[in-house]
Design a protein around this ligand. Structure first.
Ligand SMILES: Cc1cc2nc3c(=O)[nH]c(=O)nc-3n(C[C@H](O)[C@H](O)[C@H](O)COP(=O)(O)O)c2cc1C
Length: 387
């Protein structure tokens, strides 16, 4: 593939490669997309306060998250149905994470068995748990994650309902393959022959092999799995239930207040992800970057704080780290890379982010990741730390 110049270049190529519905499935947010836009606005409004006449180059970006050393503070976020973006799906994403030396979160709604994804060799594989199949389904998934060698569970806690989508196309992504959807989507798909060829070669389908009700029973269908997880949004009781079944770290993804972060830690979480699901859950929630300082203050040294939603460049990662995150997760950025060029596209996106972090640290006059703090930033009035 031709080299990607930037994450945005990957985005443009994804737009050209993917059928409209698939593109909007990845791109769109819920309702008016207030939160989706706000995520980006927050990164734009927090600006840098560089130190001039410095010469710090060759930064060491290695970072330890939950005891695992990563080559940089960027982690691949769990995302369901990404086999629609590229038939390599989570396998390609995990291989990209492996070559970039980082960790991957793998969605319950992934299209390859967790054992195969974990074998791709990412620095760490974390299984993201939805309660598809209720507690029996969750128990089977936890057992499979353990057997596959996953080192942490991510419990996503911000989808206790199904928000509407103003963009009709986004609501109707082709996740079900039947005659009716074939007829509905045929016109846009023939305009994307390269994608269509991949989809056809892949057997025309999406499945969720990690969602089962019994150990040796067949997996649920996509429709059954998504209906079931909507019926069983996890609660704090479920965190305690998981705690009894999983010795490793639990990461609670989707907290947006100091109170919830504290509760997560008190219930046994080793890390929280400040996340609004990339603008895909409750519309009207604040940008994660704005909430981050409150969460960091509430958690103190009792757990690690990660952030996602809206990260598109290395400078964004640096801003989140300066406000106290130990690493960020990226969603759309790598999915666009995947759509643009499979494993190689996703790998290039991760390398672009790495390069962006290094360059930003040099231009900022910051000696190392460990030295980053909010004295390197200027925040808008009302977000604390005004300078
Ligand atoms: C297409 C898509 C599918 C997603 N599926 C899941 C999922 O199955 N589980 C989950 O916890 N988060 C899911 N997410 C949310 C991501 O893990 C992450 O929180 C979000 O993408 C971060 O925002 P960003 O896309 O702006 O980087 C999904 C996001 C997208 C874009």
């Amino acid at each position: 593939m031709r080299r990607l110049d930037s994450v945005e270049d990957g985005h443009r190529r994804a737009r050209r490669r993917l059928p409209n519905s698939v593109y909007w499935f990845i791109e769109g947010g819920t309702e008016e997309e207030l939160t989706l836009r706000e995520n980006r606005r927050a990164f734009q409004e927090v600006t840098f306060r560089p130190r001039a006449a410095t010469a710090y180059t060759n930064h060491d970006l290695t970072t330890t998250v939950l005891g695992t050393q990563l080559s940089m503070p960027v982690i691949v976020s769990p995302a369901g149905y990404i086999r629609l973006a590229h038939r390599g799906g989570e396998l390609a994403a995990a291989r990209a994470a492996a070559s970039a030396g980082t960790a991957i979160g793998v969605s319950t709604l992934s299209s390859y068995p967790i054992a195969e994804i974990a074998a791709a060799g990412a620095r760490a594989t974390w299984y993201q748990l939805y309660f598809a199949g209720g507690r029996p389904g969750a128990q089977i998934a936890i057992d499979a994650a353990r057997k596959a060698g996953c080192t942490a569970l991510i419990l996503t806690v911000d989808l206790a309902g199904t928000a509407g989508r103003d963009r009709r196309r986004r609501a109707n992504a082709p996740i079900r393959v039947d005659l009716r959807s074939a007829l509905t989507y045929a016109p846009e798909m023939v305009l994307r022959p390269r994608w269509l060829a991949g989809f056809l070669r892949d057997g025309l389908g999406l499945n969720v092999p990690n969602v089962r009700l019994t150990h040796d029973g067949p997996p649920l269908s996509v429709a059954e799995a998504s209906a079931s997880m909507r019926r069983h949004p996890p609660t704090w009781d479920d965190v305690s239930w998981i705690r009894e079944r999983w010795d490793g770290p639990i990461i609670i993804k989707g907290v947006l207040s100091g109170d919830d972060a504290r509760r997560a830690v008190d219930t046994g979480a080793a890390a929280v992800v400040v996340s609004n699901h990339g603008g895909n859950a409750l519309d009207g929630t604040p940008a994660t970057l704005r909430v981050l300082p409150e969460v960091v203050a509430a958690v103190g040294n009792d757990a690690e704080v990660l952030l996602d939603s809206g990260v598109r460049r290395g400078a964004d990662v640096v801003k989140a780290l300066a406000l106290g995150a130990s690493a960020v997760l990226v969603g759309r950025a790598y999915i666009w890379g995947l759509a643009a060029g499979g494993e190689e596209g996703a790998r290039q996106v991760l390398e672009i982010l790495r390069h962006g972090i290094s360059t930003t640290l040099s231009l900022l006059g910051c000696p190392s990741l460990a030295d980053l703090d909010d004295t390197y930033l200027r925040r808008p009035t009302g977000q604390g730390g005004e300078r």
